[in-house]
Design a protein around this ligand. Structure first.
Ligand code: FMN
Length: 188
């Protein structure tokens, strides 16, 4: 089984990132190809990056960093769920990414973005160079959720549109394939 970590990037009270992340988790678990580690950064509670050494050295001085390193190391790939904040992505996600280096390297990530008219796509554009720097290979399929269209949540549960379900399926296919390729299990 492929180990996929789903990371919910927003941490503020009342965030919609959590129900969107739970929807992603439900679909990914139902798929049957993946073991899922669901990471709610609000619950994880990493402080602002407080390690004295560059992450590439892996000379961690805090237990929270070691725990995060072990968890990310166990993942074969990621799904990043992020809002658009001021045409960028969530600072909590940036912080969680900055903590580590080699643990992310040569692993694929799919992005589920959400926001207003642009459905979070400007935030994803800001995220791209960071993923590239960390050696994370972005899956081609990207779920873009506009919060402005018809009811998106009913009693706190995300209500997906058909196209969002379809693209999430493609994203999972891409993650499965990219994981195999990047781990050298297939050659094309
Ligand atoms: C600080 C802040 C900045 C925002 N900036 C944008 C933005 O640039 N573009 C956009 O489409 N929505 C923006 N929004 C609206 C968010 O997309 C919307 O509030 C969303 O629910 C935020 O995700 P969250 O609930 O998971 O925190 C912003 C919201 C906040 C709180």
């Amino acid at each position: 089984m492929t180990n996929i970590m789903i990371i919910v990037g927003s941490v503020r009270p009342g965030r919609v990132g959590l129900p969107i992340g739970r929807w992603v988790e439900k679909i990914a678990r139902t798929d049957g190809r993946f073991e899922i580690d669901f990471v709610d950064l609000g619950e994880l509670g990493l402080p602002l990056m407080d390690e004295p050494n560059h992450p590439r050295m892996q000379a961690y001085t805090h237990q929270h960093t070691t725990d995060w390193s072990v968890r990310v190391s166990a993942a074969d790939g990621f799904i990043l769920v992020t809002p658009e904040y001021n045409h960028s992505y969530s600072p909590a996600l940036k912080n969680a990414l900055d903590y580590l280096a080699v643990e992310w390297w040569r692993k694929p990530a799919g992005v589920v973005s959400y926001g207003g008219v642009s459905a979070g796509t400007r935030g994803v554009t800001a995220l791209e160079p960071v993923l590239a720097m960390l050696g994370i290979v972005r899956a081609g399929a990207e779920v873009e959720i506009s919060l402005l269209s018809s009811p998106r949540f009913v009693e706190g549960v995300f209500v997906p549109q058909n196209k969002e379900v379809a693209i999430l399926g493609k994203l999972l296919d891409e993650l499965a394939k990219l994981t195999e390729i990047l781990q050298g299990r297939v050659t094309s």
